[in-house]
Design a protein around this ligand. Structure first.
Ligand SMILES: NC(=O)c1ccc[n+]([C@@H]2O[C@H](COP(=O)([O-])OP(=O)(O)OC[C@H]3O[C@@H](n4cnc5c(N)ncnc54)[C@H](OP(=O)(O)O)[C@@H]3O)[C@@H](O)[C@H]2O)c1
Length: 313
């Protein structure tokens, strides 16, 4: 089957032929129709998981997929051949199955769920990692109790879902972005948008203007060093919380959370149902053929994401 894979960590992703995987006990095999790009995909190619994580080469990239069940392994099962499903490939070893391949095998008890009627497969493919991250930040961290939320990097995949879900629960979202994105962010529910290219002073002035005592919560999707994270966290009120999705250590003296995604099928069900009800928009920026994934990964690494990129497999 066709797949986008790396032959070693830090090698260039490229189109390869790999054997079609067969479902083991308790697994389903899915004929992938769409995969979605997440920064995790190029971070994995770059070797971020580390040698200690069980992996195989060629390592097929990609976690988020949508398609149809095409074969069922032995044992109990909850799915039928032909079911439209979407989910995340999480079972080890890394790279045996990846969403950037024509088929994936996934345990039935992993994050995989039915695509509800009326939700297109490319929309479902764009949901799992970014949507579940936004959902779980709002349910599993102290951000849930905040009335005001500053999001750094709000124009990307996670930020687009987080802005909508936070706004829907009545939280005022200040979207920190690069560029003139006010209209886009307002449509997603942000109450204010600040362009960070004007420098940290402009962001600080805008936040202090709206919230003189500081915002209740910060979600920083961007900073990769403690100094940058700390400068944004300084805009959080005393007793508030700062969350990083980038594993950055916070300076002493602030309440913070190093968020780690732990998606479940229930969270995926919740997200897809919200889409089916018209309560959650899935901003798909680009739909590309799978062959374009190497270029799209390089582009995402350089920045500029506006919502989600999906690949037709
Ligand atoms: N820990 C976890 O479990 C977990 C889960 C999900 C995601 N993550 C991580 O969280 C990060 C965000 O994920 P994502 O899916 O949202 O990525 P994404 O879709 O690539 O979006 C990132 C966004 O940040 C914007 N940005 C970059 N630098 C900025 C700055 N200085 N000021 C304002 N905006 C800025 C980018 O646009 P511009 O470049 O145009 O500014 C882009 O819109 C990734 O690094 C991902 O790996 C971690």
């Amino acid at each position: 089957m066709r797949a986008i894979a790396v032959s070693a960590f830090r090698a260039e992703p490229c189109l390869v032929e790999v054997p079609k995987p067969g479902p083991g006990a308790g697994e389903v095999r899915v004929k992938v129709e769409y995969a979605a790009l997440n920064p995790l995909d190029w971070q994995t190619a770059d070797g971020a998981p580390g040698e200690a994580v069980p992996h195989v080469f060629p390592l097929v990239l990609g976690t988020d997929f949508a398609g149809r069940v095409d074969m069922i392994g032995s044992g109990d099962n909850t799915f039928r051949v032909g079911d439209p499903v979407f989910g995340r490939v999480t079972a080890p070893p890394l790279g045996r199955c990846g969403a950037y391949g024509e088929y994936v095998c996934v345990p039935q008890d992993s994050p995989i769920a039915l695509v509800p009627p009326g939700v297109p497969l490319q929309v479902a493919a764009a949901l799992p990692s970014a949507g579940a991250t936004a959902t779980q930040i709002l349910t599993s961290t102290a951000v849930r109790s905040g009335l005001s939320l500053l999001v750094i990097g709000a124009t990307g995949g996670v930020g687009s879902f987080l802005t909508q879900l936070a706004a829907a629960r009545g939280t005022a979202v200040v979207a920190a972005v690069r560029g003139d994105e006010g209209r886009r962010m307002k449509a997603l529910g942000a109450t204010a948008t600040v362009d960070t290219t004007s420098g940290p002073e402009a962001l600080e002035a805008a936040v202090r203007d709206l919230y003189p005592g500081g915002v209740d919560a910060l979600v920083d999707l961007v900073s990769t060093d403690t100094a940058s994270f700390a400068s944004y966290a300084a805009l959080v009120r005393e007793g508030g919380v700062a969350v990083t999705t980038r594993g950055v250590a916070a300076p002493p003296g602030i309440a913070w959370a190093d968020f780690r995604l732990a998606p479940t099928a229930a969270v995926l069900d919740e997200l897809a149902s919200a889409v089916a009800r018209g309560e959650l928009a899935v901003p798909i920026d680009m739909e590309l053929p799978l062959e374009k994934a190497p270029q799209a990964l390089a582009q995402n690494r350089a920045g500029g994401a506006r919502g989600k990129t999906v690949f037709a497999v």
